[in-house]
Design a protein around this ligand. Structure first.
Ligand code: ADP
Ligand code: MG
Length: 256
């Protein structure tokens, strides 16, 4: 039987920026091999939630668990920080993030971009990493762009390079924050195809997206966030086909 225990779990998470409460007690879990989509209006806390998963953001209350192991904290409230640097590194490298704006290094070639973190952060062997990087770039369809610089690529190609870079960390899960939002419509589909292929492979993923068709096509579970709380969640057929909350119905009719 395949292992579907959660890779990432968040329990009762509270996050504020100063006095602004952004997450007000959120529970979410990404079982191994599942694709979870996060949808909701701009400002509802989707990016913050994703960033709390891999500890790019601090939080004031609640638990973050990686493969069942709770993050250890010191301090409380706004002073709360993870206390174990090795644990933070392990979690960050295992929950690899893909950003809306690609965030490639402009002064490095595409191959160097993909190889950088496995070599400098994970101290892996140069030859092994290069072979893996070339294979991942092939996999996302830009194996011929190894020696190009980011500025020489289209947005869709740059985002596929960013996905190859995330994959080259050999992470337990991938976190996508609006991966297609910065792309022209004709380039979106080449990135959507890569994400769909990864879903078919059984990768564990959490995807923040405005693209309801993408969420409907790839997700095992969809979470609708509203003002820092989960308003409604469920399988995509139910959430999109028979939304029960008035807010979700309003959101869906405004986005399609
Ligand atoms: P979403 O991704 O759903 O659009 P975010 O998680 O980016 O929402 O933001 C949620 C709220 O938190 C917004 O009101 C936003 O302005 C605020 N916010 C996000 N990041 C910061 C920050 N670094 N400092 C202060 N406020 C922030
Ligand atoms: Mg966002």
């Amino acid at each position: 039987m395949s292992d579907t225990s959660p890779v990432i779990e968040i329990q009762n998470l509270h996050k504020a920026y100063g006095a602004l409460e952004v997450l007000k007690g959120v529970d979410i879990s990404a079982p191994r091999g599942n694709v979870i989509s996060l949808i909701g209006s701009s400002g509802s806390g989707k990016s913050t939630l994703l960033r709390c998963c891999n500890l790019l953001e601090d939080s004031q209350q609640g638990e973050v668990l990686f493969k069942g192991e709770p993050v250890t904290w010191r301090g409380t409230g706004h002073g709360r920080r993870p206390s174990d640097a090795a644990q933070v590194l392990r979690i960050r490298t295992n929950l690899s993030m893909v950003f809306q704006q690609f965030n490639l290094w402009a002064h490095m070639t595409i191959l160097q971009n993909v190889m950088e973190a496995p070599i400098t952060v994970l101290k892996r062997d140069h030859k092994d990493v290069e072979a893996a990087a070339r294979a991942y770039l092939d996999k996302v369809g830009i194996g011929d762009k190894c020696d190009a610089y980011p500025a020489q690529l289209s947005g869709g190609q740059q985002q596929r390079a960013a996905i190859a870079r995330a994959l080259c960390m050999e992470p337990e899960a991938l976190l996508f924050d609006e991966p297609t939002s910065a792309l022209d419509p004709e380039l979106e589909q080449e990135v959507v195809k890569v994400i769909k292929d990864l879903a078919t492979e059984g990768r564990t993923m959490m995807i923040v997206t405005h693209d309801m068709k993408l969420a409907a096509d790839v997700s095992d579970h969809v979470v609708f966030l509203h003002q820092g709380l989960i308003e409604e969640q469920g399988p995509p057929d139910t959430l999109f086909g028979a939304p029960s909350s008035e807010r979700l119905r309003g959101f869906l009719s405004a986005t399609t």
